[in-house]
Design a binder for this molecule. Structure first.
Ligand code: GUN
Length: 299
């Protein structure tokens, strides 16, 4: 078997960002500039990197980015006040609270306090419910990014057996719901595996498409895949390595053995990650369009 095609997330994310430029121009012509706020409580270094990247993305595409830092030791009420201000600010069309939050903060309660119309992560129970009901407003960024990658590479989900490894609120559960919906980018037969799944390899070997989103470095390897499988690696794991930073990033898939068996595979980095960032911009433009009443064409 020849090596798998490498699915280029940077290229597809670039196309989505280009497509958003038209929508942002339409909004600008109507006097509206989309606004995204990021909120970070505490000083987790990985989270700081993520919010910095999100802010840089905003700047590059013409979204008004603002960032709010909340002291990691502050009481929950201080964070809630920030959320109330953002809910009331008509210049902020979407915002997110970067996870993880400090231990004394209940993230579920935080999510419930975000105006669902501004919940560009798509985590609010109203948005989760709408997604499950087949009437999604904001699709969570990573699952939506995975769908866009499959579409860009003409990988059919209709009738496909998809095995998702991981049942998180952010990726596994919403992606499973999206892929089983009666829709052109759905209509798949979905199996969701998790830490208590027995015979994991039997489930992955049975799949046309395997999505690894479990947070275990290199859990899925080539021996667990049938020839010709499409492999989507959502994992971003920092593992110790002899590099300048002392670590390297690896996915949930053992890339080298998987690429020898798969027909197509996403690399880490450069696969799903850039798509997640692009779809956050997409949701922000969508939120701005809905809140300003200016119709736009989304990519
Ligand atoms: N932490 C890791 N992924 C995410 C995400 O998609 N949204 C937020 N808010 N925090 C995260």
């Amino acid at each position: 078997m020849t090596d798998a095609e490498i699915i280029d997330g940077n290229a597809v994310a670039g196309e989505i960002r280009d497509g958003l430029s038209g929508a942002i121009e339409t909004l600008a012509d109507a006097g509206a500039r989309p606004g995204l706020a990021t909120v970070l409580m505490g000083d987790d270094p990985a989270s700081q990197t993520y919010v910095n990247m999100k802010q840089r993305d905003c700047e590059e595409v013409g979204i008004d980015g603002t960032h709010v830092d909340v002291d990691g030791d502050a009481p929950a009420e201080e964070l809630y006040e920030t959320l109330e201000e953002l809910n009331a600010d008509s210049d902020v069309h979407g915002y997110l609270v970067q996870n993880p939050v400090p231990d004394h903060i209940d993230y579920r309660e935080v999510i419930r306090r975000i105006d669902p119309a501004k919940d560009v992560d798509g985590f609010h129970p109203e948005n989760v419910g709408r997604l499950v009901a087949g009437d999604a407003r904001f699709r969570p960024c990573t699952p939506h990014g995975v769908q866009k990658l499959l579409e860009a590479y003409d990988i059919e989900t209709e009738g496909a057996d998809v095995t998702i490894v991981g049942r998180s609120q952010i990726v596994g559960k919403p992606l499973a719901n999206l892929l089983l919906q009666k829709a052109d980018d759905g209509n798949a037969t979905v199996t969701v595996c998790h830490s208590r799944t027995e015979e994991l390899a039997a489930k992955t070997r049975n799949a046309d498409i395997v999505v690894a989103a479990v947070g275990v470095p290199e859990l899925v390897d080539g021996s667990m895949l049938a020839p010709g499988t499409v492999v989507i690696d959502v994992g971003v794991n920092r593992v110790e390595a002899d590099t300048e930073k002392g670590y390297e990033l690896v996915g949930d898939v053992d890339f080298e053995s998987a690429r020898e068996v798969a027909s197509a595979i996403t690399p880490v980095p450069g696969g799903v990650g850039p798509m997640t960032r692009a779809m956050l911009l997409y949701n922000t433009v969508r939120a701005a369009s809905e809140q300003t009443g200016v119709d736009v064409a989304l990519p």
